[in-house]
Every structure is written in structure tokens, then in C-alpha cells.
Write a protein that binds this ligand. Structure first.
Ligand code: TYD
Ligand code: MG
Length: 458
């Protein structure tokens, strides 16, 4: 019969079930189960498939001493864009599947078209568009003055047909823009639904691994910040890169969130201009607001995301709240961390913000994930509360512990060096991050052990 074996897969967490149910037992989400076809009844009946293929007379699995396996350095191809190479971990690895996520309009299609064109001489590319017409893609490429000779394009959303064309054209690199538009004809669910996205991606990944073709999957991000579609997408691919940035700013940051071929949290910085995305190889000072005089509620920190230091400005606005439950809003940092820091500020700094709304923003649309931001955040909060700017040309970094201690952060000297190079005159840092002499390349370095001390210096 034509009966097919199906499973129901949760779009939130990827758990599967034999029967449909309203709520996912694994993650508790409602109405997230979608139908996925596993195999046809005919396939299911064949003994080879039931035994997973290898239990019969086929070759026994080979066991190899790990020491005998030649670990060839994975061949890398430069994307032609240094900042992109940096985030990928030194260029694109052969056969890698890379998911590039970001808000609509942030520049995903632009970046990948640029990279595809620049790599075409070494890796013949296929640009698969499910969102824009071929004329739109070509128009953009021509306007940007890209070398489009080795780039083939295909306007198609059915993954089986895409793979048919790929088998014929034999590209070494495929860009699928976007994964949300793709669908497979083995599923009845609508394109864009979780099961379609998951299955279409799985097919592309399988093709990539079987043929050694590198694949970029473009994914739009939901309001919650995840790739629309199942989280399992992140487990299927070799690398997940997120494109971040303020819609008001021309700067864009590409961050490695997962990378089997390089460091995570590595950042690449770009500027969007009329010739597309231009890399910013020396981005240190672009995340400062550029105010000429010091402003209340602002503190500059040196963050070290990936492998290089960056000067980043943290802004806070503290204002008497009309609400019985005052607001805490954090943009560019974690909200829970802000709440925790405000509690430490009260308990160990004696400063109450319980009746105030507190807004914290990291300038330039960048996200700061490291704890080195703790001290600068509290200094910015205090400065706004008092309506007094911090002393001019001051930077700070340091983790704040629950008992009010200021903890050192890694690579202290490198951070101090970055600040001194950019003309900062004072640094407030943890004792273990400060040189004994109390100064570094002409910059005064104030060592603090407790939050209360740090607040006195601000
Ligand atoms: P796009 O790459 O289409 O974004 P995504 O694929 O992530 O949705 O980028 C679109 C935005 O970039 C759009 O707002 C216009 C702007 N842009 C420029 O400013 N300059 C350019 O050269 C290009 C190609 C786009
Ligand atoms: Mg696009």
C-alpha cells in the first residue's frame, strides 16, 4: 500500500513522537509538533533497511586505531574577505555546511553573493534563490561590480530539484537563500514549516557530505533571536554564524556561535555601503558613540570577543519609575545579568535602584557576552543615577561577583594596551589585571578589589 511511516517532530526542541499530541513532553511547548515522513512502507519492509543496512552480509564496520588515521589539515579556501575568513576559522573548509542567520535586511544575501563571486575562480558556485528573482540577484551583483563569471544561479525552492541541478552542474559551493523557502516533496507540510525546514536542510547536509560540496544556508532569525525553524538545524551544520547590527548603523558584526573548524565567539566586522559590505579589519573604536565630551550614563569598556580586543561603549539610563514594578531593559547584554548586577549594587555598593527604571544599551548593536562588562555596566548605571559623567578618557572592565568582589578577566594586558593605544588616560580594573606600577604606557591603572572601591573612583 502507499502507507508511509511518519513521525511527529517538535519544532522547538526537535523531540519526536509516534503520534501527534498537543503539547511536547520534552520542552512543554504547545502546537509545535509537525509531521515528518521517515520512509515509505515498501522501504520499511525491506530487511536491509530494517536492520539499518549493515547487520547483514554487507561489510562489517571497520575499526581503526585513531593514531593511524592521517589527520590532514582540512583544506581551506579564502572567501576573499578577510573578516569572513576570520569568523570561519581561517577560510571556508572543504565540504563545510555553514548556517548564516540574521534579521531580514541585515545583509546576508549581499555578503554571500560577494563571497560566492570572489571564490568562483577556485570554487565554482551555485546561488539558489528562493526569495528574490534571478534578475534581482544579477542586478545586485552587477551593481556591486562583482566578477560573476563562475557563478551559476537557480531560482528554485524544491530541494529535490535543486539537488538534481547541482548533480548536473557540479558546483563546489552552494548558497541556499533562504532555508525557510525550501521544501521537499516527500512532506505534505507547508514550506516554511518546521518539518519542511528541517528535512530540506537535512537533505542539503547529506548532499554536502556525500559530494564534498560546501554549503551556505541562509536563515532568517525570529524575534526571539533564534533561526526560524527547528533548533535541530544548529546541530546538523558544521558552523552557525549570526549577523548582528543596529538597523540605524552601517556596521555589521558576524559572530561564530558554533564552529567545528574554528573558535566560537570570533567576530568579523563589516560596514554596509553603496558597494555592498566592506570589511573593517581594524574595528577597535567603531563601537563608541563618538560624543565629544563625557556624558552621564556612559562607560567605555574593552571587551575581547574572539581573538581581538574591542572598545565598546555601554550606556545606561536610570530614571524614577512610575511603575510599582520598575523596568529593567538590557539591549546587547543579558537581562538576567543586569538584574543580578543591580542587586549586587544595592547590597554591596549601598545604591538603591529598586524604585527606578533601568535601561542599559551597548552602542552599535553589538552584543557583549562576557562578564568583563559587569563593572562598566554598574559604573554607567551609577553615573546616570547621579547625573555625573565618569572622568574623561576612562575605561573599565571586570567581573562583579555576588559578594561584591571585582574579579580579573583574561587577557588584561592586551585590553589595557588597546585602551592606551586609543588615548585613554585612566583604567579601573580588578587588582590582578593591573600592573604593580599603577600605570600602563602612560595610562593610570586603578586596581580595585571591591565594588565599593570602584564606585568611589568613578
Ligand atoms: P540583504 O543582503 O538583502 O539582506 P538579507 O539578505 O539579510 O535580508 O541586504 C539588504 C539591505 O542592505 C538593504 O536594506 C539595502 C542594503 N544594501 C546597501 O546598503 N548597499 C548595498 O550595496 C546592498 C547590496 C544592500
Ligand atoms: Mg536576503
Amino acid at each position: 500500500s502507499a502507507k508511509r511511516r511518519t513521525a511527529y517532530v517538535c519544532g522547538e526542541c526537535g523531540a519526536d513522537y509516534a503520534k501527534w499530541q498537543g503539547q511536547c513532553d520534552a520542552c512543554g511547548a504547545w502546537n509545535t509538533l509537525g509531521e515528518v515522513v521517515l520512509e515509505s512502507a515498501a522501504q520499511a519492509a525491506s530487511p536491509a533497511s530494517r536492520r539499518g543496512g549493515w547487520a547483514g552480509k554487507v561489510d562489517a564496520p571497520k575499526v581503526t586505531a585513531l593514531a593511524d588515521v592521517r589527520a590532514d589539515a582540512q583544506a581551506r579556501v579564502s572567501t576573499g574577505i578577510g573578516e569572513f575568513d576570520r569568523v570561519l576559522g581561517g577560510g571556508l573548509a572543504e565540504g563545510a555546511v555553514v548556517l548564516v542567520g540574521g534579521d531580514p535586511g541585515i545583509g546576508k544575501s549581499t555578503l554571500l553573493l560577494q563571497a560566492l563571486a570572489l571564490m568562483a575562480a577556485k570554487l565554482p558556485g551555485l546561488y539558489v534563490t528562493g526569495e528574490e528573482s534571478l534578475a534581482q540577484v544579477a542586478g545586485r551583483g552587477q551593481r556591486l561590480g562583482l566578477p560573476l563569471d563562475g557563478v551559476q544561479a537557480l531560482a528554485e525552492t524544491c530541494v529535490e530539484r535543486i539537488l538534481e541541478h547541482a548533480l548536473a552542474a557540479q558546483p563546489k559551493l552552494i548558497v541556499a537563500d533562504s532555508i525557510q523557502t525550501l521544501w521537499t516533496d516527500t512532506l505534505s507540510a507547508a514550506p516554511g514549516s518546521v518539518s519542511q525546514v528541517r528535512e530540506a536542510a537535512a537533505r542539503l547536509v547529506r548532499y554536502a557530505k556525500e559530494t564534498g560540496t560546501a554549503v551556505f544556508l541562509v536563515g532568517h532569525v525570529t524575534k526571539e533571536g533564534g533561526i526560524a525553524g527547528p533548533r535541530v538545524l544548529e546541530h546538523m551544520v558544521d558552523a552557525v554564524l549570526y549577523f548582528e547590527g543596529d538597523s540605524g548603523s552601517r556596521f555589521r558584526v558576524l559572530r561564530a556561535f558554533k564552529n567545528r573548524f574554528g573558535a566560537v565567539n570570533e567576530l568579523g566586522v563589516f560596514a554596509m555601503g553603496d558597494k555592498g559590505l566592506r570589511e573593517v579589519p581594524n574595528p577597535s573604536a567603531i563601537f563608541l558613540s563618538g560624543a565629544s565630551a563625557p556624558q552621564p550614563g556612559s562607560c567605555v569598556m574593552v571587551t575581547r570577543e574572539g581573538t581581538r580586543p574591542l572598545l565598546v561603549e555601554v550606556q545606561a539610563l536610570v530614571d524614577a519609575s512610575p511603575l510599582s514594578n520598575p523596568r529593567r531593559v538590557a539591549v546587547g547584554m543579558e537581562g538576567n545579568r543586569l538584574a543580578m548586577l543591580l542587586a549586587v549594587l544595592h547590597r554591596h555598593g549601598g545604591i538603591m535602584t529598586g524604585d527606578q527604571d533601568v535601561f542599559v544599551n551597548v552602542v552599535g548593536g553589538i552584543r557583549v557576552q562576557e562578564t568583563a562588562a559587569d563593572l562598566p555596566v554598574l559604573l554607567a548605571v551609577l553615573s546616570s543615577l547621579r547625573d555625573r559623567p565618569l572622568p574623561e578618557k576612562t575605561i573599565a572592565f571586570g567581573e562583579v561577583g555576588l559578594s561584591g568582589e571585582i574579579r580579573p578577566v583574561p587577557n588584561g594586558e592586551e585590553r589595557l594596551n588597546e585602551a592606551a593605544t586609543h588615548g585613554f588616560k585612566r583604567a579601573i580594573v580588578a587588582k590582578a589585571n593591573a600592573p604593580k606600577s599603577g600605570s600602563y604606557k602612560g595610562m593610570q591603572v586603578i586596581a580595585v578589589e571591591r565594588l565599593a572601591e570602584a564606585l568611589e573612583h568613578a
